[in-house]
Write a protein that binds this ligand. Structure first.
Ligand code: SF4
Length: 212
């Protein structure tokens, strides 16, 4: 069983509840979406073919117990499910970053899904697979990237209509270069929303550098 891999690297987790923890990232190649603000377009094509065993061997070279499988959209490759279970079997704390457009139901329940919901300015809102909400576990997290006031109002409506915070933690993140982070922070405070504001730690530390 093979996978197409863009990169495997060791860094600090930049997002969600594991922020700041030393983590091995496995970035799978390919994504069926084209978000306007995507910062990993280099993962759409290319990459190298690898077996699940070879990925595990590479991950094992680093001292971290946290592994984040990301993309692209990792679930676009069938073998991703096998990789996730193999990483859990090996004793890692495994998280999966996924677009919210593909079915998360078959993902190993030991994995924490960090699942996006795409707001309108992403250009991919129509691809949100709303049925995924029923598969979320308390250990999962929902992330919404917000690029405008309109996106914020959409996110607020979705949060309240679907009681997202009752399912799992919810993260609101500003799209870099589209809105001022402080503006989003003040909107969240004004409305007293039960969400976590987040900035991407790796971009604060290293800018938008591949492999970081
Ligand atoms: S789902 Fe992720 S990788 Fe795919 S286009 Fe959107 S931001 Fe980029």
């Amino acid at each position: 069983m093979t996978l197409r891999i863009t990169e495997i690297f060791y860094s600090l987790q930049g997002e969600a509840s594991r922020v700041g923890l030393p983590t091995v990232f496995v970035r799978l190649t390919g994504c069926p979406l084209r978000c306007t603000w995507c910062d990993t377009t280099y993962s759409f094509t290319g990459g190298e073919t690898s077996t699940v065993a070879a990925v595990l061997a590479e991950v094992g070279k680093y001292p971290a117990r946290q592994v984040c499988v990301t993309g692209g959209e990792p679930l676009a490759q069938k073998a991703c499910l096998t990789l996730l279970s193999a990483l859990c079997d090996a004793g890692y704390d495994v998280s999966l970053e996924t677009s919210g457009a593909l079915d998360i139901a078959p993902v190993d329940p030991r994995v924490s899904c960090i699942m996006d919901l795409k707001a309108p300015d992403s250009g991919e809102s129509a691809k949100n697979l709303w049925a995924n909400l029923t598969h979320l576990k308390p250990r999962d997290e929902i992330k919404i990237v917000i690029a405008s006031r309109e996106d914020y109002e959409w996110a607020r409506e979705v949060l309240l209509a679907h009681r997202l915070d009752a399912r799992c933690p919810v993260l609101f993140s500003p799209a870099q270069g589209s809105i001022e982070p402080a503006e989003l922070a003040s909107w969240i405070l004004e409305d007293g929303l039960p969400v976590r504001f987040q900035l991407q730690l790796h971009k604060l530390l290293w800018g938008n550098m591949q492999g970081k």
